[in-house]
Design a protein around this ligand. Structure first.
Ligand code: PSV
Ligand code: MN
Length: 388
């Protein structure tokens, strides 16, 4: 196989997971703007996700969020997804929207609240059994707002205890993916604020516990690709929640704010053996489309990930290694920048053509009439939104 053929073959195996909540209404804490045609239940979210996969060919799974996507029969929901050509992906837990969680969930000072939170996580594993999902994705809003509010060390003990109980419940082939976020909603201490804390807990738990890197969950200037390289090296990178940030956890389209950063991340993924199904690294989106049309925004996001991946795959690794060995600073940098500055859109158009897809997913989606159809048909009922 020529090198270009190998790059194309790799791109055809790419899999980006889209989040059910991105198809619903969302906003900032100031206002949620409703859009016409938005799904009213989990099935309609899957219908939209299936369209993203139909036009991109590389978005075969959909992440669910419990209880936002609560249904009576999860096996039936998985079957419904399958009939539309997609599968159910990670199950995202929610221990941050109940009044009981004001002071935290699995780190709460009251054992009864901790019990409630852990029971929810165990319920999520039951759901994974029914849907065939492999990953439980955990993000905790736990933390404190004021110095002295709670015992920071004890909160870590409570966290470890709760996680251990859920870990013990994981079945064969199931994983626990622990996300970190440096602040918000807690402002003084956060119980899982950084990759080091997440890594320490996952290391203690065992091989089924891995870290999720949400690209929006870092302070400005953080070198995310270094974190990626380190976690991959330790076998602890479970996956990504991709999105873009300008300020904090903006949840904008991945690759919109800083495509160069996305390329650098994808280069470390490729370099560290994190690309491809056998790597176990999950490439998920975690985004909210507040003012832009949702389905095209998700298609655009998937394409942005594809473009960054194509550029990362095009890096001349041999030339780079040679320049690095020789201490050729400018030469090494030039090899990386050559790949980044390549216009990979023609290559991706070819790849799509070879996959039997329209080379222009956004134009094909616009022509498909799906946007008009859902606006006409999804009338009445309650639109899905943040919290539903
Ligand atoms: C909140 O910050 C958050 O965006 C986390 O990143 C989760 O992954 C997501 O919500 C869904 O719960
Ligand atoms: Mn996330």
């Amino acid at each position: 196989m020529t090198e270009l053929a190998a790059v194309k073959a790799a791109l055809k195996t790419q899999a980006v997971e889209t989040p059910s909540w991105a198809y619903g209404n969302s906003g900032t804490r100031f206002k949620v703007f409703a859009q016409a045609g938005v799904p009213r239940d989990p099935r309609e979210k899957l219908d939209d996700a299936a369209k993203v996969h139909e036009f991109t060919g590389v978005a075969p799974t959909v992440a669910l969020h419990i209880p936002w996507d609560k249904v009576d029969d999860y096996a039936a929901l998985a079957k419904y997804a399958g009939e539309r050509g997609v599968k159910l992906g990670a199950i995202n837990s929610n221990t941050f929207q109940d009044d009981d969680y004001k002071l935290g969930s699995i780190c709460h000072p009251d054992a009864a609240v901790r019990r409630k939170a852990v029971d929810h996580l165990l319920e999520c594993v039951d759901i994974m059994d029914a849907t065939g999902s492999a990953d439980l994705k955990l993000w905790f809003a736990d933390g404190t707002n004021y110095p002295g509010q709670d015992d920071v060390r004890e909160r870590q003990d409570r966290l470890a205890e709760g996680l251990a109980e859920v870990y013990a419940r994981l079945g064969e082939g199931q994983r626990m993916l622990l996300e970190y976020k440096f602040f918000e909603p807690a402002f003084y201490t956060t119980d899982v604020p950084d990759w080091g804390t997440a890594y320490a807990h996952c290391l203690k738990l065992g091989t089924k516990a891995q870290v999720v890197v949400d690209t929006g969950h870092h302070a400005p200037g953080t070198n995310i690709e270094f974190i990626v390289a380190t976690l991959l090296r330790e076998g602890k990178l479970g996956g990504f929640d991709f999105n873009s940030r300008f300020y904090a956890d903006d949840d904008l389209m991945v690759g919109a704010a800083d495509p160069f950063q996305l390329f650098r991340i994808m280069y470390e993924v490729v370099r560290g053996g994190g690309f491809g199904a056998e790597s176990g690294v999950a490439f998920m989106l975690d985004q909210c489309h507040n003012i832009e049309a949702k389905i095209p925004a998700i298609i655009r996001s998937v394409m942005n990930v594809q473009e960054a991946t194509a550029k990362a795959l095009l890096v001349d690794r041999g030339a780079l290694a040679a320049a690095q060995r020789e201490g050729d600073v400018l030469g090494a940098n030039a090899v990386l920048m050559d790949a980044y500055n390549t216009d990979v859109r023609p290559l991706l158009r070819e790849v799509r053509g070879e996959m039997g897809l329209d080379p222009e997913p956004l134009a094909a989606y616009a022509r498909s009439g799906w946007a008009e159809k859902i606006v006409a048909e999804r009338v009445g009922g309650r639109q899905a939104g943040w919290g539903a």
